[in-house]
Every structure is written in C-alpha cells, then in structure tokens.
Design a protein around this ligand. Structure first.
Ligand SMILES: C[S@@+](CC[C@H](N)C(=O)[O-])C[C@H]1O[C@@H](n2cnc3c(N)ncnc32)[C@H](O)[C@@H]1O
Length: 354
C-alpha cells in the first residue's frame, strides 16, 4: 500500500492520518498502527537506558538546555548517533530539539522519564542478553539464573536509581523506628543503602553481602569513593548459604531488598529464614522488601516494571511468590511480621519482621 503524499502531509502536520480501511486490503503500512507503537517503544527504551548511562538525564536536570555538540565532544560521542537517540526521545515528548537540532531541552514527559529511568537501565543493560536470546532461553532446561547473562553491575546501578526514587524514604522511616548501630544488607547491590546510613550516622557500621562479582566491585568502589572503608565492608557470598562468622556477631538489623525471591523454592527460603538467626545471633529485626506476584488480568494497563520483572524471572525459572505466600512463610519460619508497607515500586512492599 502506498501512502499518498496528502496523507503523509496530514500525518506530519496534524498526526491524525488514518488508513482508508474500505479501499485497502492491508490497513496501515505502518503509520498509526498498534504495532508501530510497540516497535518504537522498544527503541525508545534502549535510547532512555543509553542516554541515562551517558549522563544526559543528570545534565539536563541541572541545566535548562544542553548544546548537543558540547555534550558529545566532552564524552567523545558520535554526534549523528546521539542526535538520533535524542530524536527518538523527542518522538515520545521526553526532550525537544531546537529547529537547528543543536539544542536539547526537557520535554513534557522528561520529569516522569527521569524518575523512571532506572527501570529502563535494569531492563535493557541488566537483562539485554535475555531479551536478545529469548527464543533459545525458553527451551526446556536452558533458562536459569546463570544462563540469562544478567549484568550485575548494571542491575545494581539501576537499583540505586529507582531505589532512591521509590524505596529509600519508606525504608529510612521504618528503620529509624528502633535504635541500631550495626546492620547487614543481603544482596546489597551497589551498597548505597549502607553508604547513606554511614553518612548519616558516624557510629554506624555495616556489612554488605552479594553473590555477584559486578555488584561487589561496584559496592566496593562506591564505599572507597565515599571514604567509608573503616566502617563498611562487602562480603562476596551466597546469602542462602551463610555461615556464622565473627564480623556478623554484632549485627542487630538485617535488610534484604529485591532479592529474597531468589531464595525460593519455598522449602529453601524457609530454611534460610529459619537459619538466619543463628548466623546473626544478635539480630532484632529483619526488614525484607520485595516485589510480589501481581496476578493481574492481561491488559495494556499493567504498570511499569511488573511485566519485565515477571517475564525475566519466568525465563530464569524463578518462582515469584504472592503476598499471601510470603506472609504464610514468615509465620512458619518463626518471624512475626509487625508491618507490611507498600512502597513506590508497583506490587512491592517492606515487611518488618521481628
Ligand atoms: C535486584 S538486585 C537489588 C540490589 C539492592 N538490594 C537494591 O535494592 O538496589 C538483587 C541483588 O541481589 C544479589 N543476589 C541475588 N541472589 C543472591 C544470593 N543468593 N546471595 C547474595 N546476593 C544475591 C544480586 O547479585 C543483586 O545484586
């Protein structure tokens, strides 16, 4: 089907072009199609992740406009490629480009995209290999935690960003309900929670525990950069197989953010939750936060993150428990859940276990 020049002009000026359904066998040739939206959104997701990684969002938050040439020269970037990424963002009203295409300004959806950019980095850089190899990884026995090529460093970096937007205020408000001096963070990722606590409290000591090399390196680098090596350490270990050791003896509060589902199947998670008290003998409190299974009907209105979270974990063969399943497990493991607080990430809560 040929698009008539008048129709093309109509689309460009009013963006109202509709295919002539009565006279055409194939309805759209792309313009206005439902699939065009899906296709362009996939490209925009990658463009958001890349431009976040390259510092565009930080810079545009600080200044009202960015000179494209300056931005590219400072970072040694290929200007025509960056212009196309910005054009992609402009298609979704995230930025605007000046008529000469030399100045970039925030668009109507800039603030919202800035807030949500961590989810895109998580999706595209954290799980890029999984999306690229999906048809292979869904063959029986192929998809698992190790085979899907997760990038732990990027998952940690993304978590730091969306954690700051959607988690940290709830977390600190709950944490400071009881005094504490020593804490450990299971699956600490970038260790940003421990670093923030150490910056706020000069007497605070913390231990981060993570299974992933990339996350451990990122955490150690961030601790050194903040000059907190004397009060914060990172242990490279599997939280599901921890043994008591002298440095764990003083831990009073344990947190575990967005990794407890990795400890399932249920029987394994039950064992870990029961044994954790002997690994940390002075433990008073366990703040466990996770995204739970949404059980939503199929619809285009599924919120951000939920679909990505549930699909990636299904491909890795990992079970995502519902809230009811978590609550039942806490009780069986001997923990009293005194509060369940919903946080800013869809279908996610902090459980206060005592
Ligand atoms: C989604 S990230 C969350 C990171 C951090 N807690 C946050 O909120 O930003 C999950 C982290 O848990 C780590 N992890 C997963 N399974 C683990 C295990 N069995 N033991 C220790 N760390 C684990 C991953 O390497 C990753 O850094």
């Amino acid at each position: 089907m040929q698009i008539k020049e008048a129709d093309r002009q109509d689309f460009l000026t009013k963006q109202t072009w509709k295919p002539d359904l009565q006279n055409e066998v194939l309805p759209t040739n792309g313009f206005g199609a439902h699939t065009a939206d899906i296709f362009n959104s996939a490209i925009a997701a990658s463009a958001i992740a890349a431009l976040f990684d390259l510092g565009l969002f930080d810079e545009l938050q600080q200044s009202e406009a960015i000179r494209l040439q300056e931005f590219c020269e400072k970072r040694e970037l290929h200007q025509p490629a960056i212009l196309m990424l910005l054009y992609t963002l402009a298609c979704f009203d995230i930025v605007t480009l000046s008529p000469a295409q030399d100045l970039v300004r925030p668009g109507k959806a800039f603030a919202e995209t800035c807030r949500d950019k961590g989810y895109f980095l998580w999706l595209v850089r954290g799980y890029g290999y999984l999306w690229q190899n999906l048809s292979d990884l869904v063959k029986s026995g192929k998809g698992n935690f190790d085979s899907v090529g997760r990038d732990g460093g990027y998952i940690a970096k993304a978590g730091r960003d969306y954690g700051a937007q959607f988690v940290d205020a709830y977390f600190t408000e709950m944490l400071y309900q009881m005094p504490f001096k020593v804490a450990a963070d299971l699956g600490c990722g970038s260790a940003m929670r421990l670093i923030n606590l150490a910056k706020q409290n000069p007497a605070f000591h913390g231990i981060g525990i993570d299974i992933n090399d990339g996350a451990v390196k990122l955490a150690q680098g961030a601790i050194t950069a903040a000059n907190l090596q004397d009060r914060l350490t990172v242990v490279h270990a599997d939280a599901g197989r921890l043994q008591a050791q002298p440095e764990f003896a003083e831990v009073e509060v344990l947190f575990c953010f967005f990794m407890a589902h990795d400890l399932w199947p249920r029987a394994n998670c039950l064992k870990v939750l029961q044994q954790i008290r002997s690994v940390f003998p002075r433990l008073k409190r366990f703040l466990l936060s996770d995204t739970y299974r949404a059980d939503l009907p199929a619809s285009r209105h599924v919120p951000i993150f939920t679909l990505g979270f549930e699909v990636t974990h299904a491909v890795m063969g990992q079970y995502i428990p519902s809230v009811a399943e978590w609550m039942e497990l806490f009780t069986e493991a001997g923990w009293n859940c005194v509060e369940r607080r919903e946080i800013g990430i869809p279908f996610s809560a902090i459980f206060d276990l005592r």
